[in-house]
Design a binder for this molecule. Structure first.
Ligand code: FAD
Length: 500
């Protein structure tokens, strides 16, 4: 139990503020995208200045409390929160600046992508950040996990556009690390922060990113929808087509229910393809002709700037407070094959909830030019990164098991049929067997070495944190308990707090 004296002393030291259970805004501050996750920390600290982050970290360590960092609150497993510990909620650290000469944007890590997209729109330069499809996602979690943007086939992953960052490491030091670094420790840590996943090495307080100029003012974007039964035919074409198109074309996928066009009260099962063409509309339309000949139900195609597309479409994959379980897989070239098409049709037909859906990210392009060990992000040779969101009403906890089992089995089958090579850490899944290998492949060994040096007392620990030996069993889901916790072993800070 924390004494009120300790909390009062902490509050007096902070420029920002603290919320605890019973405070009027505490319940609201608990909310994250996945409503199923309802952890109740003892304290939520809202830093107003960077030094508050250090004070919050030191407080958690001194009091032997679990410590988590909340950015945009989109962690599928809720690892931005914890039960009974300290959460540092970054949202009030939100200064942004732009250097027009270097075409770089520097932002404190309480921002979400929406803030950065709007900020860059207002510069009138036409430059864009390489950020998330959903504008409510935040850069710190997104970028540390790698970060796929709609234009990553043209400009690389989000981390390939990260120039430097400032991080407060567990020893309390504020380090500015990046491409400029010459010290081995800094080079290693910057490597780890590009793909090693959020919450492992310290608190990132600022990032400096390269802005990019799209190849035309507006992009061809939208969705082509087919009846689910056409999946085999469509993917048969798409699987080869995506290998032939230029890097400027990305084409994401959607599998699930959508409103019927004539009678919106009815739902239809669809396969959707979402092209994003970074170039002239007419050229993009030419590239889509083969797909448009495959008898779609309809095609909603627009010509708009990428940020406007993200504002218009980006929120459609949000869970928005409903109950959810999320799982991913990573498929190589040729992965959208006939066997996968059959798995998709069967799974969408059998979904216990019509709110559930799956999507895939279209990868490859220039992302593949970077070696899997050049950054901690391993899956450079992937072609498709599918993600399933099983979603059911929050007031039906009795439906949890069947909805989790459905998504889990769907993706186990898809992984097998598509020759999966791993899973994506940004869709972090407490039921992922062998998660360290699946997320990080051969890079895990170096991540572990860096973790031991940077955080020798393992202050930044969680169930699937670097170094955790937690490993859920393979096979059918019977035990849901990993979904209901952030910590694996009871958090124990044996070391002296004077370290920080
Ligand atoms: C609707 C939706 C759309 C998405 N779209 C995409 C997409 O287009 N491309 C893609 O690649 N991914 C996408 N994702 C996945 C997304 O990248 C991850 O969920 C990511 O972890 C979110 O980061 P966050 O900061 O918003 O979430 P949080 O839950 O706040 O953080 C995620 C993890 O990072 C840690 N963390 C947060 N802030 C910091 C910090 N300042 N320093 C250190 N660690 C920190 C947290 O403790 C947590 O473990 C999407 C997710 C959702 C829900």
């Amino acid at each position: 139990m924390l004494s009120s004296t300790a909390i009062n002393e902490l509050s007096a030291e902070l420029s920002g503020y603290v919320l605890q259970p019973g405070d009027p805004d505490y319940e609201k501050a608990l909310q994250i995208d996945n409503g199923r996750i309802q952890f109740r920390p003892a304290l939520i600290i809202f830093p107003a200045v960077v030094n508050d982050v250090r004070i919050g970290m030191r407080f958690a360590i001194r009091h032997h409390l679990p410590l988590s960092i909340k950015g945009g609150g989109h962690s599928a497993a809720g690892y931005c929160m914890n039960e009974g510990g300290v959460v540092i909620a970054m949202k009030n650290l939100n200064k942004i600046s732009f250097d027009p000469k270097k075409e770089t944007l520097t932002a404190q890590m309480g921002v979400i992508w929406y803030d950065l997209y709007k900020y860059m729109q207002n510069t009138g330069t036409g430059l864009i950040p390489i950020g998330g499809g959903c504008p409510t996602v935040a850069p710190p979690g997104f970028m540390q996990g790698g970060g796929y943007s709609f234009v990553s086939r043209s400009y690389g992953m989000s981390i390939d556009n990260l120039l430097s960052l400032k991080i407060i490491t567990p020893d309390g030091e504020l380090r500015h690390i990046g491409l400029h670094s010459s010290d081995k420790e800094d080079i290693d840590l910057f490597w780890a922060c590009r793909g090693g996943g959020g919450g492992n090495f310290g608190v990132v307080v600022e990032m400096e990113m390269k802005m990019r100029k799209p190849y035309s003012d507006t992009m061809l974007v939208g969705q082509i929808r087919y009846p689910l039964e056409a999946t085999e035919e469509v993917l048969g074409y798409y699987n080869d087509w995506i290998e032939k198109v230029p890097n400027t074309m990305a084409c994401y996928g959607y599998m699930g229910n959508q409103k019927d066009l004539v009678d919106p009260a009815k739902l239809v099962k669809v396969l959707g393809l979402t092209p994003v063409f970074n170039g002239e509309c007419a050229e993009g339309m030419d590239l889509l002709q083969g797909l448009l000949k495959l008898k779609p139900i309809n095609a909603d195609l627009f010509n708009m700037t990428l940020p406007n597309w993200e504002f218009y479409n980006g929120n459609t994959t949000k869970v928005d407070g409903r109950a959810s379980y999320i799982r991913s897989t990573v498929l190589p070239k040729g992965g959208m094959n006939n066997k996968v098409a059959k798995v998709i049709i069967d799974a969408i037909d059998d979904a216990p909830s019509s709110d559930s859906f799956a999507v895939w990210t279209s990868t490859g392009g220039v992302m593949e030019d970077i070696a899997p060990d050049a950054t901690a992000y391993f899956h450079r040779h992937s072609r498709f990164v599918p993600e399933v969101k099983s979603i059911w009403p929050l007031n039906r906890p009795q439906d949890t098991l069947k909805n989790v089992q459905w998504a889990h089995d769907f993706f186990e089958k898809m992984a097998e049929a598509g020759n999966a090579t791993g899973a994506y850490v940004n869709y972090i899944d407490p039921l992922q067997h062998d998660w360290a290998k699946m997320y990080y492949g051969e890079n895990y060994k170096r991540l572990l070495e860096i973790k031991k040096r940077v955080d020798p007392h393992n202050y930044f620990n969680f169930q699937q944190g670097i170094g955790s030996d937690f490993n859920p069993p393979k096979g059918p889901v019977t035990d849901l308990s990993p979904l209901n916790r952030t910590q694996y072993h009871q958090h124990q800070h044996k070391a002296a707090a004077e370290l920080v």
